[in-house]
Write a protein that binds this ligand. Structure first.
Ligand code: DTR
Length: 339
């Protein structure tokens, strides 16, 4: 009898302290806000949902990730500083939108023949790990990935360099120089502003990876694709530094263990999705795919040679080992393609 009443006393004390009955006592759930700039169906947001799902599962529900696609929390241009300032805990940035800020990692968006998104994503991560660029000093990197190589999507067919002359094409960041080198009239804006610009006729096409033909329904407007497979765009997912510092050890471990896995997953998803998007665009919207002959491709590529040379010069002026970075990317592409 005495034993039983002691048990109930302890039970009552626990209930009093926790404000509930024992057995329903729960550790406080950690809630993190994740901002993304493009619309929900696009690949940066698809990878965000996959990461959220995996983190919530692998931390046994100790962490909840609230996702904000479509620039509802932070838009493309405010993403990096917004995360540094704590407006969002996590954010997804397209580094190519700020070529001068992410010099080292943006070297992956030079015309260096990165063959696909999976290889590119792993090369980018290797490059980041090797150089630990200062641009990321104020954040924790949760993953990095790249797009599939960029191609031309246009309202009118583009088969010759002369078709590009003065043509208003949207491209952002480093790819701007490529369109200029080919003689097009490059119009810069983030992907999130492109659907409206295409609809209003502000631009006559764009230069990007082809999954957007399906995800943003550009196939309804752009009836032609010209395959150039020129450059990729690098992305990073970053976390506010003090939020990271205050995470419990086991949560940090789960997030760290997903850095490379998420890069590879996103690269694979992107590569597959580009194939699906081309097939869908042909079938549903009778989009025509124009392929350049090897001679023409060589002629187009020759125009791009000075871009890498100029980048090396600018990087070295900033005190960065530009030549070595380009060499590293080429070596890493071979290493990561072989795997
Ligand atoms: N190529 C870059 C990045 C990019 C490619 N697909 C998407 C989808 C949504 C946002 C960005 C991107 C660009 O053209 O902006």
């Amino acid at each position: 009898m005495k034993k039983i009443s002691l048990f109930f006393c302890v039970l009552a004390a626990v209930a009093l302290v926790s404000g509930t009955t024992p057995g329903t006592v729960q550790a406080k759930k950690l809630s993190l806000n994740y901002a993304n700039f493009p619309p929900a169906p696009t690949f940066p947001c698809v990878q965000m949902e996959r990461w959220k799902e995996q983190i919530e599962k692998r931390t046994d529900g100790a962490v909840a990730i609230n996702t904000f696609p479509g620039g509802t929390l932070l838009d493309a241009k405010d993403m990096m500083d917004g995360v540094i300032n704590g407006q969002a805990d996590i954010g997804c940035i397209c580094m190519a939108y700020q070529p001068g800020r992410f010099t080292v990692t943006n070297a992956t968006s030079l015309p260096l023949d990165i063959p696909d998104a999976k290889t590119g994503s792993l090369v980018l991560l290797d490059l980041y790990n090797k150089y630990q660029p200062k641009a990321f000093d104020k954040v924790k990197v949760l993953t990095m990935f790249v797009t599939a190589p960029a191609n031309i999507m246009s309202k009118a067919p583009v088969a010759e360099l002369s078709d590009l002359k003065g043509l208003d094409l949207r491209a952002s960041g480093g790819a701007a120089q490529i369109l200029k080198a080919w003689g097009a009239n490059q119009v810069g804006m983030p992907m999130s502003d492109t659907p409206e610009a295409l609809q209003k006729g502000v631009v006559k096409g764009l230069f990007s990876s082809l999954e957007v033909m399906k995800d943003l329904k550009f196939a309804e407007i752009c009836k032609y694709i010209t395959i150039t497979d020129t450059v990729i765009y690098p992305f990073a997912v970053i976390m506010n530094k003090s939020v990271w510092d205050n995470l419990p050890g086991h949560v940090k471990q789960v997030m760290d263990s997903m850095i490379e896995e998420q890069a590879a997953w996103t690269g694979e998803y992107m590569d597959q999705h580009v194939s699906d998007s081309i097939a869908w665009s042909k079938k549903e919207h009778q989009v025509e795919v124009i392929r350049l002959s090897p001679e023409k491709k060589a002629e187009w590529n020759a125009k791009l040679a000075p871009i890498t040379e100029n980048w090396i010069k600018t990087a070295e002026e900033k005190g960065l080992p530009g030549e070595q970075i380009v060499k590293d990317i080429k070596t890493l592409v071979v290493k990561r393609t072989a795997k």
